[in-house]
Design a protein around this ligand. Structure first.
Ligand SMILES: [Zn+2]
Length: 219
């Protein structure tokens, strides 16, 4: 374990909770940051708060409601349907600039709390077409953050090349499988754990879980 400090970008979902456990294994001191952009399910912020508190993690919730002002979309508005991208279009859940803004604010926070490491659960494998989840973008932003603040931040993306089944495997290796399975919120309809089972996010989570359980012969 590195005797250094890390800030985890944390939403209370499967991916970022896995990252939180990963960071707790890797670094001596870990803090979490959640962005409140008027998610249509307030449960999301509540869920993140509960997990951070249970794990004894210092938790920052930052108001990012300006994002909704700039780019209302299916994650913030009830009248916009969650849909997969078709014909080369991005899904309706895409918020332009979201990870750019979130990671920049995480960088500002990291500099305030003297953390060298920033962890995000972005992933290129189960790529829904979000350009700001790509490895190239993260590497580029890492350079930009360091230049802008004269820092030596290291952005870590432990899930970048994992599929959902491999993310469940990582959770298991971190002794957090049951915790993540029962306490995290990934569902677009705001239902904790197994979720609604129908939305694109639940489908991805469910299929990955089934695949992982099959490989290890668990239930
Ligand atoms: Zn769902």
């Amino acid at each position: 374990m590195k005797k250094e400090k890390a800030v985890v970008v944390f939403s209370g979902g499967q991916d970022s909770t896995t990252c939180l456990f990963w960071a707790m294994r890797e670094f001596e001191e870990v803090e979490a940051v959640t962005f409140d952009y008027n998610q249509r399910h307030r449960t999301e912020i509540q869920c993140a708060k509960e997990i951070a508190s249970e794990l004894g993690i210092k938790h920052h919730v930052l108001d990012m409601s300006l994002l909704n002002q700039l780019a209302p979309n299916a994650l913030t508005r009830n009248d916009i349907e969650v849909k997969e991208g078709e014909d080369g279009n991005l899904p309706t859940t895409f918020v332009p600039g979201r990870n750019l803004l979130f990671l920049s604010f995480a960088g500002v926070l990291a500099s305030q709390v003297n953390a060298k490491h920033i962890i995000t659960g972005v992933c290129e494998t189960d790529f829904s077409g979000y350009p700001d989840c790509r490895d190239q973008f993260i590497k580029s932003l890492n350079v930009t953050l360091n230049l802008s603040m004269d820092q030596n931040f290291v952005i870590h993306t432990p899930l970048m090349w994992l599929n959902k089944a491999q993310t469940w495997k990582l959770a298991d290796e971190l002794d957090a499988f049951e915790y993540i399975r029962t306490k995290t919120l990934t569902c677009y309809n705001g239902i904790i754990a197994e979720g609604c089972g129908i939305c694109p996010s639940c489908q991805l989570r469910k299929n990955g879980l089934a695949e992982y359980l099959e490989t290890v012969g668990k239930k």
